[in-house]
Design a protein around this ligand. Structure first.
Ligand SMILES: CC(C)(COP(=O)(O)OP(=O)(O)OC[C@H]1O[C@@H](n2cnc3c(N)ncnc32)[C@H](O)[C@@H]1OP(=O)(O)O)[C@@H](O)C(=O)NCCC(=O)NCCS
Length: 146
């Protein structure tokens, strides 16, 4: 992902992430931190941006920070491609595991992660919306990661 991609992504940010939407400045800061963070985009064959994802890796643990597919591009496998790209990146960085938080009511994302091998570690009560919505923490072990 480059800052030019933000022009395409940001108009969809609220509809995609609601209360978890990020500002341009937040994204710019994330993109600048190339030591710890990897941001990827998925594009169509014609080069149209379809979705994006981000990963942070610290001390052998990677964390998926965001995955989003633009509404018109959903249910065509783009989310899966993004998750696989992030997991491959975690492996390349030598991580032994990938963690993530997902809203407990986000069935689409939970099914996607489960079908990619992530398992539930536990709940974080009130993680979203000022204490109102729980997060499920999920984990994927990467046995070949080191
Ligand atoms: C979650 C999200 C990234 C999925 O992207 P996508 O490109 O539509 O997902 P895919 O087409 O790769 O689907 C992969 C699997 O996810 C599950 N899935 C995706 N959308 C689903 C839905 N609406 N309902 C139920 N399961 C769904 C299915 O298991 C699907 O596999 P299948 O198509 O073989 O049944 C997308 O819905 C999105 O951007 N949502 C808003 C942002 C968000 O919630 N991000 C996750 C934050 S943790």
């Amino acid at each position: 992902m480059t800052s030019a991609d933000l022009d395409v992504l940001l108009p969809f940010e609220d509809v995609m992430f609601g209360t978890e939407a990020w500002s341009r400045q937040s994204y710019e800061e994330e993109l600048a931190d190339t030591e710890l963070r990897d941001y990827v985009v998925a594009e169509s064959d014609e080069g149209t941006l379809l979705g994006s994802g981000g990963l942070m890796t610290i001390a052998g643990t990677s964390q998926i920070l965001t995955v989003g597919v633009l509404p018109p591009a959903r249910r065509r496998g783009v989310g899966r491609v993004l998750v696989r790209a992030l997991v491959d990146t975690a492996r390349r960085r030598g991580a032994a595991e990938v963690l993530l938080e997902v809203r407990i009511d986000n069935d689409a994302a939970r099914r996607l992660y489960e079908s990619e091998g992530f398992t539930v570690l536990g709940l974080r009560r009130g993680y979203y919306e000022n204490g109102r919505v729980d997060a499920v923490t999920m984990r994927l072990g990467l046995p070949d990661g080191h």
